[in-house]
Design a protein around this ligand. Structure first.
Ligand SMILES: O=c1ccn([C@@H]2O[C@H](COP(=O)(O)OP(=O)(O)O[C@H]3O[C@H](CO)[C@@H](O)[C@H](O)[C@H]3O)[C@@H](O)[C@H]2O)c(=O)[nH]1
Length: 336
């Protein structure tokens, strides 16, 4: 059998690193990985040097991208700046997410015109779906105000769809596991309908695109964990706090936003599952995996320092800050 050649960008990321590990289990693949050179990427990727072609570089730099663009059969493009950084620094996010995608697409059009381009977009493109949480790919793209990241993903989707390459786009649901807790936890309204997917299942979808080009070609899919991965955000946080030893979810009124975030249930999420069969985790599995990561010592520590930890978390709540400062604009953004 012919050796197929795969390029993976963003290989040290939460999803990317899982993709890398799974790609290595597939026979007859020549794998090239590309990532920004950082302490984290060096730590995670250098050990794979003898198994893959490892190239560090800047996705926005034409010379760097030229080095990885030739003779590829599959390109899994994950390199991106994600929230909260993307929303705090919209210009770099636009440059990396949108212009980086344009750069990569243009180089591939020249040097690998027959490759299959697999792009990772996000559920954030649908915006606030509190009222109508069942989401389909044909729904309007109406990002929440201030969601700069979603705008970069919408612009990139357009670049991909208008390219001369063959492509597929996956709009990723809430990927849970592997990300650090951030101020974003307070941007999500507690009554949000949440469908998660683990990084492992998400990665499996990307890896299983290999050999499935015909079924995926020029189509956009919602990628989520399915019915067994659904919960409301409050329930999700309650169980997470329990696992970490943080006790009850006891935050004051106005700590959490009431609107203008994203997430929902993917009504047509089974379309991708029926083609790729990538799901293996339910919510129960997710919580078990997370619980295993928390050592008894960590859990005891968290129970002892529950109060200061929650105080520290609460300090990051922008909705509460907006309320306290009576910041009209932000209050309108976060509350009814
Ligand atoms: O200029 C940059 C900035 C980031 N990266 C890399 O991009 C990856 C991003 O990973 P991470 O921040 O962990 O994001 P994930 O949660 O894995 O994000 C995945 O899922 C998102 C949707 O949930 C998509 O938007 C992203 O493209 C996709 O990588 C990492 O390897 C970064 O080093 C670059 O290569 N160049």
């Amino acid at each position: 059998m012919d050796k197929k050649s795969v390029l993976l960008t963003g290989a040290s990321g939460t999803v990317g690193f899982e993709v890398l590990k799974q790609l290595l289990n597939i026979p007859n693949l020549a794998i090239t990985i590309f990532d920004k050179k950082t302490k984290n990427s060096i730590k995670k990727l250098d050990g794979f040097k003898d198994k893959v072609e490892l190239i560090y570089g800047d996705i926005t730099n034409k010379n760097d991208v030229k080095k990885i663009a030739a003779n590829k059969d599959y390109v899994i493009h994950l390199a991106a700046i994600i929230p909260p950084v993307a929303d705090d620094f919209p210009e770099p996010a636009k440059k990396v997410n949108t212009e980086g995608t344009r750069n990569l697409v243009e180089m591939l059009e020249k040097h690998s015109p027959n490759c299959f381009f697999i792009y990772s977009s996000s559920i954030s493109v649908y915006g606030d779906r509190l009222v109508n949480p069942y989401i389909s790919v044909t729904d309007p793209l109406t990002p929440s105000p201030g969601d700069e990241y979603a705008l970069t993903k919408i612009a990139s989707e357009e670049i991909v769809q208008q390219s001369k390459l063959d492509w597929t786009i996956f709009r990723l649901a809430a990927i849970m596991g592997g990300h650090k807790m951030s101020k974003l936890m307070f941007h999500q309204p507690l009554n949000t309908s949440l469908e998660i997917a683990t990084p492992q299942d998400t990665a499996r979808a990307f890896v299983k695109t290999i050999g499935k080009q015909d079924a995926l070609s020029k189509r956009i899919f919602n990628l989520g964990g399915g019915e067994s991965c659904r919960i409301d955000y409050e329930g999700f946080l309650e169980r997470s706090f329990e696992i970490f030893g943080l006790g009850e979810l006891s935050f004051p009124e106005n700590a959490f936003a009431e609107k203008n975030f994203h997430c929902g249930f993917y009504e047509d999420g089974d379309d991708l599952e029926n083609i790729l069969h990538f799901r293996s985790h339910s919510l129960k599995d997710y919580f078990e995996i997370e619980a295993e990561k928390v050592s008894s010592l960590k859990k005891i520590g968290a129970s002892l320092f529950r109060k200061p930890i929650k105080y520290y978390l609460l300090k990051q709540s922008e909705p509460l800050e907006a309320f306290k400062n009576n910041d009209k604009k932000l209050k309108e953004q976060f509350f009814y």
